[in-house]
Design a protein around this ligand. Sequence first.
Ligand SMILES: [Zn+2]
Length: 90
Amino acid sequence: MIQQTPVMRKCISCGKTYDRRHLLKITKDHKQGILFQKGMGRSAYICKSKLCYSDSKIKKKLQKALKTFLEPEFIDIFEKEIASYDDYSN
Ligand SMILES: [Zn+2]
């Protein structure tokens, strides 16, 4: 029997819990720095929704969740990355 229980994770922006597959995972990898959808280390999850990732406090929330300093350029990279995953076009 195949277990189909979804792995639930909390969005750091809206605070709602969703199936992990619907969220973007941001990981502070020990060796490679900040990675999306992969890597080993402290992770944060966020909805692939403009409402969540365009939050003006998102950088602060991410820094707090990942316990790291994020370069100002990070937000540009992050927005491009998450927009490319956007599967909620409405
Ligand atoms: Zn959210």
